[in-house]
Design a protein around this ligand. Structure first.
Ligand SMILES: NC(=O)C1=CN([C@@H]2O[C@H](COP(=O)(O)OP(=O)(O)OC[C@H]3O[C@@H](n4cnc5c(N)ncnc54)[C@H](O)[C@@H]3O)[C@@H](O)[C@H]2O)C=CC1
Ligand SMILES: O=C(O)[C@@H]1CCC=N1
Length: 271
């Protein structure tokens, strides 16, 4: 991928995951600018050789690609001063949940090339998952660049319908937290069973990693087969799964993801 000059507006958790993921993949620090109001956050990037001392407007003017990485509720306020910049020859990427392309176009009227992305924090370890949606008329070079950029830190999928971004938020952006919650619960239980904190962490971490790798390495196998291969009739796993089924884990997951989608739809109207 050709290293275009990219400015990140907002250097929080998600921007850090993408920027540090890109640096780990050899993206030149000299081609990255990060703007954040918070000095401690700026310092995290400065330590890696990233320019952090420009104003949002200066940094946006200088770069060819501008990534909007502030919270959805801060988007309008952040775009106010930025609307003075001519974005017509630039690519604007927004990673904000629930902020539509039409809303972004209204906030930055000169922006012609807009890509909405829903990434996730595993980008930091090059295992991100991002859904992408392009504004109509997006320049082909910029479409490829957005895809290459996110592919550098994980995997991507393009969406044909913007409304699918709500479901993708439940499936990429928010989803690492579900797995962390599950792992937290396992770790806590192992500790309550007398396993040392260090061993509890290793048991959970390695089992999760191993399970994910088995899923990745066996694309032809349904997930249910992988589960069944662990489950001896009348054995220990069956006893555990019976409890998950008793409490209808599938319904809990469905309700949680539907709540995620509903909140995203609500936020789209608010911000
Ligand atoms: N954290 C995650 O896992 C994911 C977050 N997102 C999206 O990414 C965006 C950022 O989320 P986080 O990184 O979690 O939030 P965060 O709160 O960690 O980072 C936002 C940063 O923006 C800075 N900021 C706010 N207004 C600014 C301004 N006008 N100029 C410069 N900097 C400004 C803040 O100081 C803060 O460091 C959100 O829109 C969120 O929906 C998307 C996918 C996953
Ligand atoms: O929780 C949130 O709203 C953001 C978007 C997806 C992940 N974090």
């Amino acid at each position: 991928m050709k290293n275009k000059l990219i400015t990140f507006i907002g250097g929080g958790n998600m921007a850090q995951a993408i920027v540090f993921g890109l640096l780990n993949k050899g993206y030149s620090a000299a081609k990255l600018i990060v703007c954040d109001r918070n000095e401690a956050k700026r310092n995290l990037f400065a330590q890696k050789g990233v320019e952090v001392n420009l104003t949002n407007v200066e940094a946006a003017e200088k770069a060819e690609v501008v990534v909007l990485a502030v919270k959805p509720q801060a988007m309008a306020e952040t775009c106010g001063p930025l609307s003075a910049v001519d974005f017509s020859g630039k690519l604007v990427i927004s990673i904000a949940a629930a902020v539509s392309v039409s809303r972004l176009s209204a906030l930055l009227p000169t922006a012609k090339n807009i890509v909405r992305v829903m990434p996730n924090t595993p980008a930091l370890v090059s295992e991100g998952m991002a859904g992408l949606f392009a504004s109509t008329g997006l320049n082909g070079e910029y479409q490829d660049f957005a895809e290459d950029l996110l592919n550098a830190v994980g995997k991507t999928c393009w969406l044909q319908k913007e409304e699918d971004m709500h479901a993708v938020t439940a499936g990429s952006g928010s989803s690492p937290a579900y797995f962390f919650l599950f792992m937290e619960a396992m770790e806590k239980t192992l500790s309550s069973m007398g396993i040392s904190p260090e061993n509890a962490r290793t048991l959970v971490q390695q089992s999760a990693l191993g399970a994910a790798k088995m899923v990745e390495n066996n694309p032809q196998l349904p997930l249910s087969t992988l589960r069944e291969n662990v489950t001896s009739k009348g054995g220990t796993t069956a006893a555990a799964l019976a409890v998950f089924n008793q409490y209808q884990l599938d319904k809990i997951v469905q309700q949680a993801m539907e709540a995620c989608v509903a909140r995203s739809q609500e936020m789209e109207k608010l911000f």
